[in-house]
Each structure stands twice: as structure tokens, then as C-alpha cells.
Design a protein around this ligand. Structure first.
Ligand code: ADP
Ligand code: MG
Length: 690
């Protein structure tokens, strides 16, 4: 219940309060924040900056460099001109100093005309770009002298944004919260803090958002990273203990049908697949509960292992589930498994969020009555309304897209079901042992023999026409292509527009008999599925997409992956994207188009250019970023940490893990019962199973 305002003002804001208690946050803003995952005050505090902005020294106009931030005093020697181009108002002018001059443009800010007066000096700041061969600055900030000196040398947070949510709003909201919320009384026991030299929580939260200097930021960061790793490994410790209590299960006895199924495959398993399959089979047939991770690079053939495990489970009279992160992937698995299982009479069913209420109800009934043995779906599989008849095995594919919590909820849908998780994240073994501490690990470190290594190239935007011709030739030979569109982080709507415009452009460059379609995050699941199905049937030849295509999708006939703005992606993500091709017997190609001329970008992309090995790439990426590179690109979607980076922060991870491992279940429970905030933190990883 929401209390009357007057009463609230007296009291401190609570971390558990809805974000709307913060002054100035109305319904619309709240919705926007929710989209970023910010629901409570605490969520906002844990919405960490992705980087920091620093206003440095003023420069001369002739020192401005393309692609970099410019900050300078300019003399406005003309009036600002405005013109309209379709629905855009463009204001532009030129400013100069003793060393040169530069053009400035603002979009949809017609009032600039009245703000800036000819014959005056202003301080401008913005990124320099080359347009039609000359340097310009779009949307530069205009600063007064005071504003500049106030901001100079201060680290200012840069947050990931979405539609309608500005950096200014986020930064102001955090500031307000920090003034009103009570963060005293650290929930991390002081013994642990002093042993590891960790900063106090209140200090850490303040300094991570608004660091006084780099040193404080590093201290703050270390505390929060430790915190995340500690709670995570503590959750694993807890789960492992719980699992040890329920180790036993009736061994599976028959394997005949599954062996037949194995022999019916159109290919022979690779040695690595055989090894992993033997390990899985052994787990399931020896009377212990399986808790296993299958780790294998993209395209190493993990799906067939899941298919075999589910078949063995079915043959022994149990139900099994396969949970995947996207509808597209669920649909795809459903199709390939149904086909594989058809001759053996193993029944499959799909369960996803986009199904109608009626479709879901029918599925629920079939599942509960044990009429199907294999259930494939998304998060919908762990909804409360689903009751399983006789769950013997749960599998999560692309585990790095899920939390430990979701995996655990799924397994609690049955009585000690076998657990199998699959991941393509190339984590070194030493880290995998920690991060998947409650699981045994099978590694699939070999690609099927029929594969030709993907041919790569890194090119600049002038190469586009050549690339389109190449795609045309491939399509004429019967193959297909993906084109990944530039990312527009700020807004999904803009991103969608971008994809649509790009699709038109590429369609115009190709003969009309080549069918080009698009896929983006704003489309309904049904539409996405339809497009994917048509692409899988080769009715669509070129698929223009955002990164929604990234995980798991398998269309072996596709041979070209062209990635625009490759410099904006993390290497791990590029590797995943590239993994969509090279999945069949045809020679495949990856074209990385980069708009940047910076040396570092070249070096980074060169790593991908020369290797197709996920482990090698992750390692080289780390070396290049260097352990101290906190301002660099954060790899998105790497496990479930908000700030911590498993590669960069590996030493802290090991430290936190040692501490967590040494705690007993009893100690954990005691801490939770007398320390509410500690329990809340742990629940982030464990759910309410404590
Ligand atoms: P991932 O490990 O990325 O999930 P998939 O399981 O989707 O990879 O497999 C990629 C492709 O390789 C699929 O088309 C699959 O049928 C095929 N495949 C899997 N194992 C083999 C094998 N041993 N020999 C040949 N092709 C295989
Ligand atoms: Mg897969």
C-alpha cells in the first residue's frame, strides 16, 4: 500500500520501495525505467554506469580528431541557420578559433537559433564525425564557463539508455536516492570485509556512480564485484549441499531404443560428442542424480546430446524438458526433435509465451497427464501453472542466458530430476569449475568433421557493394545470407526503423528474385517465428536482422554472415553471430564491416579474422582489454553479473569463491535470518528456495 506523501517525507526512502517514490518520476518514466529492469530503488542503485565521461582540457579546433570527443572554445561568426528536411529540423552554423573552423549541427532543436548569438564565444563538446568528406560535430553540447569548470576532471557516469530515458534523468535519480536512502550498516560481515580489504557498501555505491577520482572508483568497483561473486558462489555452495542430500535415483535400465536412435542419425558423432554422451549416459544409468554442464563452442553439436538424453529419459518412462532463451530457438528445436523422434513414437510438445491461452491450456493438460515425453519451450516452462506428470530430466540450452535461479526453479518442478545444462560460453576450465560449481563438466572440443573453416574478412564500408555482389552469387548457388544491422543502443524503435531501411537498401541492390526480409526485437514472436521458418525453408534468401538472431539458430544452408558496425560488438558476441554460419557442408564466409579507422578496433577484429576458436578469442580479447581496462566495452550477457566481468575480474572471483566455499550451510542460514539485506542479496541468485 502506498503511504500518503506527507508521512513519507519524514521517513527515509527504502531500498525495497518502488522507483516511483523518487521525486519527479511519473508513470511514463517509471515504465521506461522498468524496461531497463529498474523496478525498485535498489535496482536503480545497482544500475551501474557502463563507463565514465571525463571533461578534460580545452583543445584547439585544429586538434579535433575524427571519431573522438572534441571540447573547445569556438567563436560564432555567423547566424545559426535552420532548415527543414522531411520531419527533421536542422540547425547548423560554423565556429572558429585561431587555428581553424568547424561546422556544428543540431537536429530537432530549432531553439538553438535563439540560444546562440553571432559574435560570441561558447564552449562546445561533441564527437567529431566525417560527413561528405569534412569534419562536423552533430548535437554538440553547449557549456557555460561555469558548467565547464564544474565538470572538469570529474568522472561522470554514462548509463545504458532506452527510449525516453536520458543519462541526465538516470544520474539525477541516483543522486536523489543517495541523498534519501539509508545505506548505513553493511550487510557483508565485517570479518570478510577486513580480510579482503573491501570498501564499505555505502561508500561503494556512491563512488561507483559518482567517483571522486579513479582510485575511489576502483575501490568501489572491487567491493561490488566481490559482492556479486560472493553471493553467487555462496548460492552455489548452498545448492551443492542441498543436492548432496538428494543424490540418489533409480538407475535407468533400458538404452535399446536410444541406441537405435543414435544409429539412425545421418552422421557419426564426433569423438568429443561420444565422450560427452558416455558421461551423460553413465550419470543417468548409475543411480545418481545427474548435474552436468556440456560446454562446447558454437556449432560443436550440443543439440544432439540433448536429444539423446531426452530420448533415454523417455525410454525409461519419464518426461523431460528442454528450456531455451528465445521462441525462435524453441520452435527450431521442436521441429528438428519431432522429426528425429517420429520413427520412435516419442511425443514432443511446444510451450512458449506467445501461445494463446487455449493452446497453453491444452499443452498443460497433456503435460500433466503425462501424454508427452519431451516438452520444449522458453521461460514458459517454469511458470507456476505448469505441473509436470513425471519429470525425470531438465535441460537448459544456452545456460548463460539464464540465471542459476531459473535452472533451479525448473529442476524443482520434479522430484530430483537429472539436470543437464548446455553453454557455448568459452570459459577457461579453472573458472568454469567455480562458476558452475555445482555441476560436473563435459567438454565438446571438436567440430564435426565435414566442416570447412569459415573464411573471414574485415573490411570498411566502401566494400559494401562488393559484399552485396558476393551475397548475390552465393544465393544464385542456392545458399543464404544473414546481414546484421548496425546497433542502435538508445532505442529499440530506432533500431527497428534502421533494420527496415537497410532491408530496402539491400533489396534495391539485389535482383528482385532474391527475397530479402528483416527481423528485429520489436516484432511479435509469431512474426519472428514465421520469418525464421521461411528462412529455414530457403524461401527467404537474405535475412537482415538485429542481434536477436544471435543464439542457437541453426540454418546449415546459410553461408554468409555480414556484420555491419562490427566495431561496436564485443568479440564474444561477434563469435556467436559468426557461429550462425559454417554449420553445414558448404564453405562459409564472415564479412566484418567496420566503420572505424582506429588502430585498436583493427587489432580487435583481427583476432576474429585469424581464428574461429572461441576459447582463443576470449583469451586474446582479455589480453587486449587488459585487466585494468575498466572503461572498455563490457561483454554483454556474460552470466548474471551486473558489474563483474568473469574474465577481467577472475582473481576476485577466485577470492570470493574461497570465502564462500568455507562457509557452512548453517552459517549461511544464520546470516540470512539475522541480516535481512544479506538474505535479499542471496535471493537474487537463489530465489526464495532458502
Ligand atoms: P551447437 O553446439 O551450436 O548447439 P548444433 O547442435 O545446433 O550446434 O549443431 C550444428 C549443426 O551440426 C546441426 O545442423 C547438426 O545437425 C550438425 N551436427 C551435429 N553433430 C554432427 C556430427 N557429428 N557430424 C555432422 N554434423 C553434425
Ligand atoms: Mg545450440
Amino acid at each position: 500500500m502506498i503511504k500518503p506523501i506527507a508521512e513519507r517525507v519524514q521517513k527515509a526512502m527504502l531500498q525495497t520501495d518502488a522507483i516511483s517514490v523518487v521525486k519527479g518520476i511519473g508513470e511514463k518514466t517509471e515504465k521506461g525505467l522498468n524496461k531497463l529492469g529498474i523496478v525498485t530503488v535498489q535496482d536503480m542503485l545497482e544500475y551501474y554506469p557502463k563507463a565514465y565521461d571525463i571533461y578534460g582540457k580545452l583543445m584547439n579546433i585544429d586538434e579535433i580528431v575524427e571519431g573522438e570527443m572534441a571540447l573547445f572554445v569556438g567563436y560564432l561568426y555567423m547566424n545559426v541557420e535552420t532548415k527543414r528536411v522531411r520531419h527533421l529540423t536542422i540547425a547548423s552554423c560554423r565556429v572558429k578559433d585561431a587555428t581553424g573552423s568547424i561546422g556544428l549541427t543540431w537536429f530537432n532543436m530549432p531553439y538553438i537559433k535563439n540560444t546562440l548569438k553571432s559574435g560570441s564565444y561558447y564552449i562546445f563538446r561533441g564527437k567529431a564525425q566525417r560527413k561528405n568528406g569534412v569534419l562536423v560535430i552533430e548535437q554538440p553540447k553547449i557549456l557555460t564557463k561555469e558548467e565547464y569548470y564544474n565538470k572538469k576532471d570529474v568522472l561522470q557516469p554514462i548509463y545504458p539508455l532506452t527510449n525516453g530515458i536520458t543519462n541526465h534523468l538516470l544520474s539525477k535519480t541516483v543522486q536523489t536516492i543517495l541523498e534519501e536512502v539509508d545505506l548505513t550498516g553493511d550487510f557483508l560481515p565485517s570479518a570478510i570485509r577486513s580480510e579482503h580489504g573491501l570498501a564499505d557498501y555505502r561508500f561503494a555505491v556512491k563512488q561507483i556512480h559518482f567517483p571522486k577520482d579513479k582510485e575511489n572508483m576502483i575501490k568501489a568497483r572491487r567491493r561490488i564485484v566481490f559482492n556479486e561473486f560472493f553471493m553467487f558462489t555462496l548460492a552455489l555452495t548452498y545448492m551443492k549441499e542441498e543436492k548432496n542430500k538428494r543424490l540418489k535415483r533409480v538407475p535407468y535400465e533400458t538404452v535399446k531404443q536410444t541406441d537405435q536412435l543414435l544409429n539412425s542419425l545421418p552422421y557419426e558423432l564426433t569423438n568429443a560428442q561420444k565422450r560427452a554422451w558416455e558421461e551423460i549416459k553413465r550419470d543417468m544409468c548409475t543411480g545418481l542424480v545427474m548435474n552436468r554442464l556440456v560446454q562446447g563452442d558454437v556449432g560443436s553439436g550440443k543439440t544432439v546430446l540433448a536429444a539423446l538424453a531426452l530420448a533415454l529419459n523417455a525410454e525409461n518412462g519419464y518426461q523431460g524438458t528442454l528450456m531455451v532463451p528465445t521462441e525462435v530457438l524453441a520452435k527450431q528445436h521442436m521441429e528438428s526433435l519431432s522429426e528425429l523422434y517420429a520413427p520412435f513414437g516419442i511425443g514432443c510438445i511446444l510451450l512458449t509465451g506467445s501461445m494463446t491461452a487455449k493452446e497453453k491450456r491444452i499443452a498443460y493438460e497433456k503435460i500433466q497427464r503425462n501424454e508427452v515425453s519431451v516438452i520444449i519451450g522458453t521461460h514458459a516452462l517454469i511458470q507456476e501453472s505448469v505441473t509436470y506428470g513425471n519429470l525425470g530430466l531438465v535441460i537448459t540450452d544456452e545456460q548463460h542466458r539464464f540465471g542459476v535461479k531459473q535452472r533451479e526453479v525448473l529442476s524443482q518442478k520434479g522430484e530430483n530430476p537429472h539436470v543437464l545444462v548446455m553453454s557455448a560460453t568459452p570459459i577457461p576450465r579453472t573458472l568454469a569449475i567455480i562458476l558452475y560449481g555445482d555441476l560436473d563438466i563435459s567438454v565438446v572440443d571438436e567440430l564435426p568433421a565435414n566442416r570447412l573453416p569459415i573464411k573471414n574478412c574485415v573490411v570498411n564500408t566502401e566494400y559494401r557493394t562488393t559484399a552485396y555482389h558476393f551475397i548475390e552469387k552465393q544465393v544464385q548457388e542456392g545458399r543464404q545470407a544473414y546481414v546484421i544491422c548496425p546497433m542502435v543502443e538508445e532505442s529499440e524503435t530506432m533500431e527497428a526503423e534502421n533494420v527496415i531501411a537497410y532491408t530496402q537498401k539491400i533489396q534495391e541492390a539485389l535482383p528482385p528474385c532474391i527475397r530479402v526480409e528483416y527481423l528485429h526485437g520489436k516484432m511479435k514472436a509469431k512474426e519472428k517465428n514465421e520469418i525464421m521458418e521461411q528462412f529455414a525453408r530457403n524461401e527467404i534468401h537474405v535475412l537482415v536482422s538485429t542481434t536477436v538472431i544471435e543464439v542457437g539458430v541453426n540454418v546449415p544452408n546459410a553461408t554468409v554472415m555480414m556484420i555491419e558496425n562490427a566495431e561496436r560488438f564485443g568479440l564474444a558476441q561477434l563469435h556467436q553471430l559468426r557461429g550462425r554460419v559454417g554449420r553445414g557442408k558448404y564453405q562459409s564466409y564472415c564479412i566484418l564491416v567496420s566503420g572505424s579507422r582506429s588502430k585498436e578496433t583493427k587489432k580487435r577484429l583481427e583476432i576474429l579474422n585469424t581464428s574461429n576458436d572461441g576459447f582463443y578469442i576470449a583469451g586474446e580479447d582479455l589480453k587486449l582489454r587488459g585487466p585494468g581496462d575498466l572503461f572498455g566495452i563490457r561483454q554483454s550477457g556474460e552470466m548474471e553479473f551486473k558489474l563483474a566481468d568473469i574474465y577481467n575480474d577472475a582473481t576476485v572471483l577466485k577470492e570470493a569463491n574461497e570465502t564462500a566455499k568455507n562457509m557452512t550451510i548453517k552459517e549461511i542460514q544464520q546470516l540470512c535470518s539475522k541480516n535481512e539485506r544479506f538474505r535479499k542479496q542471496l535471493e537474487n541468485y537463489l530465489g526464495t528456495i532458502l
